[in-house]
Design a protein around this ligand. Structure first.
Ligand code: CTP
Length: 408
């Protein structure tokens, strides 16, 4: 179906790349294997040659390799560059444009999408240098298959182990044909950003939400083939390309927009930080100061998510799949569990906003995704990666309900 370049770098997980190669072939793909010099110390190129039934590229200096500038020829021919396992070293080369071997040159030369399955020791993975490189690549559109947790070859127990071959093959498959995503053709409604509650024509009550998390979710849902409507509060960030963009300012406007659109949505993700209170009546003209203290009377705003949660149940196809965010500063997961139950939603994403590297107005996030049957904790990572993980969970819910008639 497609020609895939499988890059194998020098990690102990290199042996798992054999299974990845076979998995890709089982999906009908043709695989050209590119091994770094250190990868060849872990697994013999002959093994890959026998399995891929193609010559394995191990060096750009091999005789014959430059007759048709092989790394450019391969770069043009492939539909996907998949690197599994990918070492910290190769991630660093990709991020910084270093092209000192065949694989790193291929990364620069290809216009095909790139999927990377990192594998390394936990401390290396957590290192600022590696994290920065991962962020650079994420921002460039490189996708990742998250490393797993467990026994590492170095004797540690921790995160860094190469993801399971089946998961790597599934991720590759999704990248090659987004229509295989259970979100393809589905309508996803995402809210993002803060709301502003006007006090008078020049002042408002707002919050620190930048809209980044919601924008990342909207972009990722669209990449998976969904039809995306984005309802965005006031934010300076540029909104991603979506099918429909609705700009709102206040909680009341967001409420009206979402309730109007939700009936035809399959999934609603409320990533917006909606104000819980709004001035009872904004002053028509600018309020002048006096010597006296000022008390503002605030009314409750409608809780959009809770209102959606009260719609007839999803099993009866009466309402979309609902995803909420719980921004908390203490007892984060416990409070989010309670909120999930109280608001009647399918997934609640717990977000510790007291951390400097997570939550409002930063590019990274660390969350726990809470569902009816389980929870998934995601360490701090780029919001784009968090968005992909949340959508993976949503896809599972959509998948189990494939075929249910959509709400009218
Ligand atoms: N939300 C909403 N409408 C509101 C307030 C919040 O739809 N008026 C949604 C948010 O978009 C988010 C979720 O509800 O997905 C949780 O928001 P949060 O403010 O943490 O919930 P509250 O119930 O307002 O929490 P608390 O009672 O702790 O203030």
């Amino acid at each position: 179906m497609a020609l895939i370049a499988l890059g194998v770098t020098g990690g102990i997980g290199a042996y798992k790349a054999i299974e990845v190669c076979r998995g890709l072939q089982k999906q009908g793909h043709d695989v050209v294997v590119v091994m770094t010099r250190s990868a060849a110390r872990f697994v013999g190129p002959v093994t890959f040659e026998a399995i891929s039934r193609r010559p394995v590229i191990t060096s750009q200096w091999k005789r014959g390799m430059n007759a048709d500038i092989e790394h450019v020829a391969v770069a043009d021919a492939i539909a996907l560059l998949l690197v599994a396992p990918c070492t910290a070293n190769m991630i660093g080369k990709f991020a910084n444009g270093i092209a000192d071997d065949f694989l790193s040159s291929l990364y620069l030369a290809t216009r095909a999408p790139v999927l990377v399955a990192p594998a390394m020791n936990s401390n290396m993975l957590a290192h600022e240098a590696v994290q920065r490189n991962l962020q650079t690549l994420t921002a460039r559109g490189v996708r990742f298959v998250e490393p797993g947790e467990g026994y590492l070859a170095c004797g540690w127990i921790g995160k860094g182990r190469l993801a399971e071959p089946v998961d790597i093959v599934a991720a590759a498959q999704r990248m090659l044909s987004p229509s295989q995503s259970s979100l393809a053709g589905r309508h996803v409604l995402v809210t993002a950003g803060p709301t502003y509650e006007d006090i008078d024509p020049v002042r408002y009550i707002g919050n620190r939400s930048s809209g980044r998390m919601g924008f990342a979710l909207a972009a990722e849902a669209r990449r998976r083939g969904a039809r995306v409507t984005l309802v965005a509060g006031p934010t300076r960030l540029e909104a991603p390309a979506v099918d429909e963009l609705v700009r709102v300012r206040s909680a009341a406007e967001m409420h009206a927009a979402v309730m109007g659109l939700a009936a035809r949505a399959d999934v609603v993700v409320m990533a917006a930080a909606v104000a819980d209170y709004t001035p009872v009546e904004p002053a028509a003209g600018k309020m002048a100061k006096t010597e006296a203290a000022l008390a503002l009377r605030l009314d409750r705003t409608p809780d959009i998510l809770a209102e959606l949660g009260r719609l007839p149940s999803r099993a009866a196809a009466g309402r979309p799949i609902l995803v909420g965010f719980a921004a908390e500063t203490a007892d984060v997961v416990a409070k989010a569990r309670e909120k999930r139950a109280r608001k009647g939603v399918d997934l609640m994403v717990a977000n510790d906003v007291s951390r400097a590297d997570a939550g409002f107005d930063v590019t990274t996030n660390a969350v726990t995704i809470i569902g009816a049957t389980g929870e998934r904790e995601l360490p701090v990572q780029a919001k784009e990666q968090v968005a992909a993980a949340i959508l993976d969970q949503i896809e599972q819910l959509v998948g189990t309900h494939a075929g249910t008639p959509l709400p009218a």
